[in-house]
Ligand binder design. Structure first.
Ligand SMILES: Cc1cc2nc3c(=O)[nH]c(=O)nc-3n(C[C@H](O)[C@H](O)[C@H](O)COP(=O)(O)OP(=O)(O)OC[C@H]3O[C@@H](n4cnc5c(N)ncnc54)[C@H](O)[C@@H]3O)c2cc1C
Length: 481
């Protein structure tokens, strides 16, 4: 048997890989990242925001302030129409506008503080697995071995292909050109709708570079567009090419929508874009990858450390596959509502009218913000399987926030008076005299005790007796804690 270089190797230092590596390191697991890019340098514009649930997850780890100071908050999220979420019961009742490169830089810094090693300039080209681990080979001729391998290597994931994991879904029906350029003429900033779709121009921070998005391009187009292609597109849409020149970045994306049919094959797992792709409507992709990472991190850590059986990893697929499938479907719906024919806008008007009503606004807003996820952990208290609200509680050490108890990513048994023995998890006796309110659902009764997983979801909520607590502890945290 060969020795392993690391417990876990993560391929890809995008937001998903960085978050996962940090979560594993926090749990005391030796995790390293292998990344093909030589530096963390920006490669172009992608995600522009972090949603409420992602901010809550970062808050659970005590690092959300680093992100808040680098971005700007907006009270609205988007599902076809702008949906105000400022009355939602969360501390982060907004979208944080922050460019992806800043998010990545902050996550990389945090992972670095936790001792995560990132091997850059290594492009994984081959994998071979056996009963004890997985070997990777890179185009630079390096061989590495780990007990577990996680492909966080983006939508074109080589790990997914090498593992033979299927990626069924919908082919592209349209595409967009995205570019950062200079213009001799004054750009027409803002959105511009025509028969080919919704186009956009924005001035970048330097006050000279123009960000351009042109809709309605060829769905079969591949590879980076040329400056000539961009100029021709601008001329066809705006009647002028604005004297476009000096491209800093030219790319394209499309609305292909696909999802891995399994998130684990033996010792190989997938997360983030490697597991699901969809058009960027509603700005959900990066957020979804971070949520995958936080769901997988503590589970994989338990398995690596031998305190939980490998079957715990099956709950990663069982919980995250449906969550992503729902996002895929909402982006398809949003794409259809933007169809540039002369009848679809009529449907759009009715959808906008419906979303102006309170209940639909709350439901769709919570969906886009990632606040409505419920993992199927059986029937019971409304908190079961849902995110634990960040209540202001009082403990023996004084006032505290529930999320501050999760900074070290360990499960917490929060006891509001049931006084049970909790030797396998961190048990906190607490009092709370406010309202326990969930997004969309509204106020729910405060249970006598609640078992919170490291990812902030409720694994068990009880009323003073013990039924189910032992089973929940066993399922999620094995026998060894
Ligand atoms: C135009 C556009 C706008 C978007 N806007 C938003 C938005 O507003 N909000 C939002 O949430 N999402 C948005 N997204 C989606 C978001 O950018 C992605 O969902 C996110 O980057 C996925 O993160 P990831 O870490 O899973 O994958 P990636 O960010 O793709 O990272 C994968 C990493 O793996 C590395 N890699 C790949 N193959 C290998 C290999 N063989 N060996 C070693 N390393 C490898 C890559 O170099 C890369 O660093 C947008 C996307 C686009 C295209």
């Amino acid at each position: 048997m060969q020795t392993n270089d690391h417990d876990v190797i993560i391929v890809g230092a995008g937001p998903t890989g960085l978050m996962l590596a940090a979560e594993l390191a926090l749990a005391g697991v030796d995790a390293a990242i292998v990344e093909r890019k030589p530096t963390q340098a920006r490669v172009g514009g992608r995600a522009g925001g972090l949603h409420a649930r992602t901010l809550e997850l970062l808050d659970q780890r005590g690092i959300v302030d680093r992100f808040l100071v680098e971005g700007r908050t907006h009270p609205r999220v988007s599902f076809h129409a702008a949906l105000d979420i400022s009355d939602f019961p969360t501390r982060h009742n907004y979208l944080l506008a922050i460019p992806q490169e800043k998010t990545e830089r902050l996550l990389a810094a945090w992972a670095g503080e936790l001792g995560v090693k990132v091997y850059r300039d290594r492009d994984v080209e081959g994998i071979a697995s056996d009963d004890s681990g997985v070997q990777i080979t890179t185009t630079q001729g390096v061989n590495m071995r780990a007990r577990w391998l996680v492909g966080c290597d983006g939508g074109r994931s080589r790990i997914r292909k090498l593992a033979g994991i299927g990626f069924p879904g919908w082919d592209a029906s349209t595409s967009w050109i995205i570019a950062e350029v200079r213009m001799k003429e004054k750009p027409v900033l803002g959105f511009h709708d025509d028969a080919s779709g919704r186009h956009a121009m924005s001035m970048m921070e330097d006050g000279a570079t123009v960000g351009v998005v042109l809709a309605g391009r060829d769905p079969r187009a591949t590879g980076a567009p040329t400056l000539d292609e961009l100029a021709a597109g601008l001329k066809a849409i705006y009647g002028t090419d604005f004297g476009v020149h000096s491209p800093a970045w030219l790319s394209r994306f499309n609305d292909a929508t696909r999802q891995a049919d399994r998130y684990r094959k033996d010792r190989i797992l997938l997360a983030g874009d490697a597991a699901h792709i969809h058009p960027p409507l509603g700005g959900q992709g990066l957020n979804l990858g971070v949520h995958d990472a936080v769901n997988l991190g503590w589970k994989l850590a338990q398995v690596v450390k031998g305190v939980a059986p490998v079957s715990l990893l099956d709950t990663y697929h069982a919980e995250r596959h449906p969550a992503a499938a729902r996002v895929l479907r909402n982006t398809i719906a949003q794409g259809l509502l933007r169809r540039p024919d002369d009848r679809t806008p009529v449907l759009g008007e009715f959808v906008t009218e419906m979303l102006a009503m309170d209940e639909p606004r709350k439901r769709f807003g919570a969906m886009i913000a990632g606040l409505d996820v419920r993992y199927d952990l059986g029937e019971g208290h409304p908190l079961l399987g849902r995110r634990m609200p960040d209540l202001d509680i009082v403990t023996a050490d004084g006032p505290a926030r529930v999320y501050s108890l999760l900074h070290d990513a360990r499960p917490v048994l929060l006891d509001f008076g049931a006084h049970r023995a909790g030797d396998r998890v961190k048990r906190i006796d607490a009092t709370y005299d406010g309202v326990c309110e969930l997004p969309v659902i509204g106020p729910v009764p405060l249970p006598a005790a609640v078992l919170i997983r490291p990812d902030g979801y409720v694994a068990w909520a009880g009323d003073g007796g013990e039924p189910g607590l032992h089973a929940a502890l066993q399922t999620s945290f094995g026998a060894g804690r």
